[in-house]
Design a protein around this ligand. Structure first.
Ligand code: F6P
Length: 539
């Protein structure tokens, strides 16, 4: 057995026996025994504060977890990612999204190419294009300024920019609206186009591959809609593309002079930092987009340089792994107490589950432990009136990340205090619970058991001063790196996504059957039945 495998095995054995003790711990007791707990189990990095004291851990747990991370060669694998080694081994590619947010003066060369120059050139072009739209210099075919930008893309070419535009709402130029069209469902494009005018709309067709069915269909429908009013010669004023595939962009009919490139070393779900963020740059301006990159870079630096036990993405990753591995937690809730972060959990679903929803190791060997949990969530306080009941009294242990900004973008202190009071109260209630009150009257006794909240349920609380482009960048980079850390702990390639391909292949076979063009494929009884019923009933 190699040293690293035996270290890992020994480390896992130590963690496993420690976990059987930790499962019996009561969080309120840990706080009663240690007045320093909040201080000892909190971290500050890149403008974010993380309180992770409400977890089933003590100093020994942290040291055993970080030892395990060492045995997984976390630092070496992290450095390999930053250096541009082909960490996405199944596609033989680096994963260099961190380069997209590195400072302009930081030169980065790979295989003889100065990639940092390419990145800066594209950022400059994004700046020019967004400034032309924002200043009113970019005019539509009837000479009117652009008022609406529609990003047509899906997955990573949609979720990151949509999330960032929602999060940075107060920074959006008044009079400019950003829309996101992703679903191939025709109702989606109807809803987006309903209030738009072809004269004042700019479409950004965003697709890394430029082969994605949903995006190309939506882009064609948008083009037809435009051509009802405009001419083919006017298309260049209303359609731009962001892609790695210039040939397909040209074939689609978009002038490649109107295309912003990016590179195959940027994974789709990590691409909001690239030209895929064009809609964000147009909406909030390039200075704010650069601040978003700078916030992420500050987190990158922290991740790269800090010792594991003081490293925020590492701690978040280890804690999530701890509950998945030893506490049977099948899901992880992201609860932003900030309305503008409502799409953050949705974006994280792709970041985390498309990255680590895998069943084999980097060597292709089936993994025996559970991998990525279900990531889910929505804003507080809304969630409190929907599913928080299950968190408090249900039978599953669901670790929660509460995320809040201390200062709002509005001046209604009462609303902000109420929001934060609810956020802190939920974390407190999850931990301290509510014990049976034997002293209540007859009716109270009958209900006593129903009122019990067992408590002892873990959570992290992440606080930022205010939600700004910089803090948003740091927050998103934090979760990207957390995902990477967990991928290393499971020895997963976090940068491929073979699982989504099969459905695409089968959809391509079923489509002509629904169109009545062919029925030569054999299907299982259920799929065949659904196709037959649709053909029979469709008008
Ligand atoms: O279907 C999954 C996926 O490949 C994602 O990884 C990606 O973000 C999305 O599709 C969109 O791909 P593209 O940007 O190439 O259109």
């Amino acid at each position: 057995m190699s040293d690293s495998i035996s270290n890992k095995t020994a480390s896992l054995a130590a963690l496993s026996s420690h976990a059987s003790l930790a499962r019996a711990w009561q969080l309120p007791t840990l706080f009663a025994q240690d007045k320093q707990r909040f201080h000892d189990f909190s971290l500050e990095a890149a403008g974010l504060f993380l309180d992770y004291s409400k977890n089933h851990i003590d100093a020994t747990t942290v040291s055993l977890l970080t030892e395990f991370a060492h045995s997984c060669r976390l630092e070496q694998r992290r450095d390999a990612m930053f250096k541009g080694e082909p960490v996405n081994a199944t596609e033989q590619r680096p994963a260099l999204h961190t380069l997209l947010r590195a400072p302009a003066e930081q030169r980065f060369e790979l295989d003889g190419e100065v990639l940092s120059n390419d990145v800066q050139q594209v950022l400059d072009r994004m700046g020019q294009l967004s400034q032309r739209v924002r200043s009113g210099e970019w005019l539509g075919f009837t000479g009117k300024v652009i008022t609406d930008v529609v990003n047509i893309g899906i997955g990573g070419s949609d979720l990151g920019p949509a999330m960032a535009c929602a999060a940075l709402r107060p920074f959006i130029k008044p009079g400019l609206r950003a829309h996101f069209l992703s679903n191939v469902d025709g109702h989606a494009i109807d809803a987006v186009l309903a209030d738009l005018s072809p004269e004042t709309t700019l479409f950004i067709v965003a697709s890394k591959s430029f082969t994605t069915q949903e995006t190309l269909i939506n882009a064609r429908v948008a083009r037809e809609w435009f051509l009802n009013k405009g001419k083919t010669a006017d298309l260049a004023k209303h359609f731009v593309a962001v892609s790695t595939n210039a040939k397909a962009v040209a074939e689609f009919g978009i002038d490649t002079a109107n295309m912003l490139p990016f590179w195959d070393w940027v994974g789709g779900r990590y691409s909001v930092w690239s030209a895929i963020g064009l809609s964000v740059a147009i909406a909030v301006g390039m200075d704010n987009f650069r601040a978003f990159l700078a916030g992420a870079h500050a987190m990158d630096t922290h991740f790269r340089k800090s010792p594991l036990e003081q490293n925020m993405p590492v701690m978040l990753g280890l804690l999530g792994w701890w509950y998945r591995q030893y506490f049977g937690s099948a899901s992880h809730l992201i609860a932003p107490y900030h309305e503008d972060l409502r799409l953050f959990p949705v974006h994280l679903q792709q970041v985390d589950m498309e990255s680590n929803g895998k069943r084999v190791t980097n060597a292709g060997i089936p993994i025996t432990s559970p991998t990525a949990p279900v990531i889910w969530g929505s804003t507080g306080t809304n969630g409190q009136h929907a599913y928080f009941q299950m968190l408090h009294q249900g039978t599953d242990l669901v670790p929660v990340d509460f995320i809040a900004a201390i200062n709002p973008s509005h001046d209604r202190a009462n609303q902000q205090h109420t929001l934060l009071a609810n956020c802190f109260a939920q974390a407190e209630a999850l931990m301290v619970g509510h014990q049976k009150d034997e002293r209540s009257g007859h009716e109270g006794e009958a209900l006593a058991e129903f009122r019990v909240l067992p408590g002892n349920r873990p959570s992290n609380t992440l606080l930022m001063d205010k939600l700004t482009p910089t803090s948003l960048g740091a927050l998103l980079a934090l979760y990207e790196h957390k995902t990477f850390v967990q991928g290393v702990l499971w020895d997963i390639n976090s940068f491929d996504q073979w699982g989504v391909e099969r459905g695409k292949t089968l959809a391509a076979r079923i489509l002509p059957e629904l169109e009545g063009k062919t029925s030569s494929h054999t299907h299982d009884g259920s799929t065949a039945g659904l196709i037959a019923r649709t053909l029979q009933k469709k008008r």
